[in-house]
Design a protein around this ligand. Structure first.
Ligand code: PLP
Length: 360
């Protein structure tokens, strides 16, 4: 990276901070890798930024390149944001079901054009491929997760974590936690750990999380082959890939990762408790990674953890969330706080509504 011909990097180095509230809640040392601070609001700035850089560097005429993406979510935002940084246009085609909030975010991030067409993602993507991409000699297709350059870009987060732990005089992490949609992030994490060439990274456990209704990796691991879900039914829409990348399954098997499935209620709870404990707003696709810190979940999933263990949580971020949505989640799923353990040292224990009742 850092070629002289490129304006600047589409992603930034993000902080790695130890959270005392989440450590108290989880019963081990929790380090947060704050990918929510990336220019596009999620870790996708890394992988998609790397893909855009790579295609510009390898294009015979970079001055005609125009990027096309059919994700109305964080991948689309990362594409538009990175394209702006690299001074190239990006067009996003999204289905009619995409929420006005995300369309507004794509426009304000500087999309060349946002086209809303088709009933579902497939229809929008077909329109993009057949009507736009094929008629543009500079057209470059930007997929959301299934591409080696994307995994390469995501893997930079692991090299950063390794260096940041060293700088904090920590020997390494005992576990890393990330969520899985199509598995691009997981590929990046596992490839990054493979590359570290140090003892801790070989022994580091990886906990991969999905929500019920988007558990395409979990099912594939159970059956030993790629499983395609008939549909996606979860509020964690950014995890909604009906099938993971083959590479994600291969790497998950090779590294014998721990795969777990949580409910939408748990994903939502992770969002509001994280907001109360750390004052950071993330979407359910990320909240699921934080939910494991509460009420003993992490220790159930990784029983080998001790109070001295260091766990790095990838706070993957996500822009598809507002205060209003968060409050609606808390209203719908607040009952889950009935099981909240009573720990006055964890602030979100105190901000829980009495008996986990509905908030009105
Ligand atoms: C895309 C995304 C994921 C899942 O990443 P994959 O590479 O598709 O597995 C998780 N969290 C957020 C916030 C995302 O935007």
């Amino acid at each position: 990276m850092g070629s002289a011909s490129l304006p600047s990097n589409p992603w930034i180095e993000t902080p790695l901070i130890e959270s005392s509230a989440l450590s108290k809640a989880a019963g081990c040392r929790i380090f947060l890798k704050l990918e929510n601070l990336q220019p596009s609001g999620s870790f996708k700035s890394r992988g998609i930024g790397a893909l855009l850089q790579h295609s510009l560097l390898n294009h015979h005429n970079p001055n005609v390149v125009h990027f096309y993406c059919s994700s109305g979510g964080n991948a689309g935002l990362a594409c538009v944001t990175a394209a702006r940084t690299l001074n190239r246009p990006a067009t996003v085609v999204v289905p009619l079901t995409t929420k006005p909030l995300m369309v507004a975010k794509l426009r304000s991030a500087g999309a060349y054009e946002v086209v809303q067409v088709g009933e579902n993602w497939q229809a929008a993507d077909t329109y993009l491929q057949e009507r736009l991409l094929q008629n543009d000699e500079g057209g470059v297709y930007v997929p959301p997760f299934d591409h080696p350059e994307i995994w390469e870009g995501h893997s930079t987060l692991v090299s950063e974590v390794a260096r940041q732990l060293r700088d904090q005089n920590e020997e390494g992490a005992d576990a890393m936690v990330c969520s899985v949609g199509g598995g691009g992030l997981l590929c990046g994490v596992l490839l990054g750990l493979e590359r570290q060439h140090c003892d801790w990274s070989k022994a580091c456990k990886v906990l991969a999380l999905e929500t019920e209704g988007a558990e395409s990796l979990h099912k594939s691991l159970q059956q030993g082959q790629l499983v395609t879900l008939p549909s996606i039914t979860t509020i964690a829409t950014s995890l909604g890939a009906t099938r993971v990348a083959q590479r994600a399954l291969d790497l998950a098997q090779k590294h014998a990762i721990t795969s777990a499935v949580l409910s939408d209620a748990e994903a939502a709870m992770g969002c509001w408790r994280f907001a109360d404990d750390e004052r950071i707003l993330v979407e359910p696709a990320c909240g699921i990674n934080l939910a494991v810190c509460y009420d003993g979940r992490l220790k159930q999933l990784l029983p080998e953890l001790t109070p001295k263990s260091k766990v790095v949580i990838v706070v993957c971020g996500g822009s598809n969330i507002t205060l209003q949505t968060l409050m609606a989640y808390r209203n719908d799923y607040g009952w889950i706080e009935r099981s909240t353990t009573n720990d006055a040292e964890v602030p979100s224990t105190l901000s829980a509504p009495p008996n986990g009742c509905h908030v009105r």
